[in-house]
Design a protein around this ligand. Structure first.
Ligand code: A3P
Length: 290
């Protein structure tokens, strides 16, 4: 199923028709979670693949087998993707079911409230998300051409990109914490304090690891290790869909790469909108605007 130029609109948000249909999006919104399920929720380019890899290795207690033999999308399937139903029966029944979503909280809230599912909401500095997403549009054939960096910045700030507004996404998931077990993790925590963050994840998930097992996870989840792992670097996906001759999925893996892309004017514009929209949420995040 290619549908590279198809856009599905669901809940007022645009999704690439390549992996989403009205039926798959509707099915996600009605999914019956189990109390033991773990859901990774992210806005695209926030480090989803990184967290999937860390969780895989936490649940395998450092065994590399699943991370080196099963593609990430089959270990932690996206709820809203077309192939979700074919992947669920193949999940390892000995560990909690791990799922992924880019859906906004309002679409999943009714289903989530019916269970005690653990949600891990991974957020990243929005300027780095924007830059990563801009570059991803250059290689992802299922996303539209959104022009140059300045055009993209404008559309991102207005929320007029696929998967909707970053601001609304983050706010919606944080607001859901009153009713659902949503835990905020950041890309910056994973970068700056990886061992502490793995221990925090274990605390949330009720897992215990030996320090040697943590060492294995740390070693196998670096940017360089993951760049070489075909189960997570998306080299299994055809160039027809993701053209990695034009740029890599595992691109830079840095904090603050936005500084090489934003002009002073673009930065000023971004900051003004961020401060207005995020004024009630700023304290939740470890990043600074400059
Ligand atoms: P960049 O484009 O800034 O390099 P997602 O998985 O949500 O699509 O996010 C992809 C982003 O996470 C990319 O960012 C990618 O390089 C980065 N990433 C993936 N694994 C990483 C790791 N182990 N360490 C640091 N960054 C990582």
């Amino acid at each position: 199923m290619e549908r590279l130029n198809v856009t599905e609109i669901y809940g007022g948000i645009e999704f690439p028709g390549h992996l989403h249909t009205q039926e798959s999006l509707q099915a996600a919104s009605e999914f019956q979670f189990r109390d033991t399920d773990v859901l990774v929720a992210t806005y695209p380019k926030s480090g989803t693949t990184w967290l999937q890899e860390i969780l895989t290795l936490i649940f395998s207690k450092g065994s590399l087998e699943p991370a080196h033999t099963i593609p990430n999308w089959a270990r932690a399937p996206w709820l809203e993707h077309l192939y979700f139903n074919t992947l669920v029966p193949r999940l390892n029944p000995a560990i909690p079911r791990l799922f992924t979503t880019h859906l906004p909280s309002q679409v999943l809230a009714p289903a989530l409230k019916k269970s005690k599912v653990t949600v891990l909401y991974l957020a990243r500095h929005p300027k780095d998300v924007l830059v990563s997403f801009y570059h991803f549009h250059k290689i992802a054939k299922f996303l539209p051409d959104r022009g140059n960096f300045d055009d993209f910045l404008d559309q991102f700030l207005k929320g007029k990109v696929h998967f909707g507004s970053w601001f609304t996404h983050v706010q919606g998931w944080l607001d859901l914490r009153e009713e659902v077990n949503v835990n905020l993790i950041t890309y910056e925590d994973l970068s700056q304090e990886p061992r502490c963050t793995i221990q925090r994840l274990c605390g949330i998930l009720g897992c215990q690891l030996q320090s040697q097992e943590e060492d294995i996870i740390l070693k196998n989840c670096t940017f360089s290790a993951m760049s070489q792992n075909s189960m997570v670097n998306y080299s299994l996906v055809s160039n027809k869909f993701l053209d990695q001759t034009k740029g890599k999925f595992m691109r830079k893996g840095e904090m603050g790469n936005w500084k090489e892309h934003f002009s002073p004017e673009q930065n000023k514009k971004f900051n003004a909108i961020y401060l207005t929209k995020m004024k009630d949420y700023i304290l939740h995040f470890p990043w600074s605007l400059d």
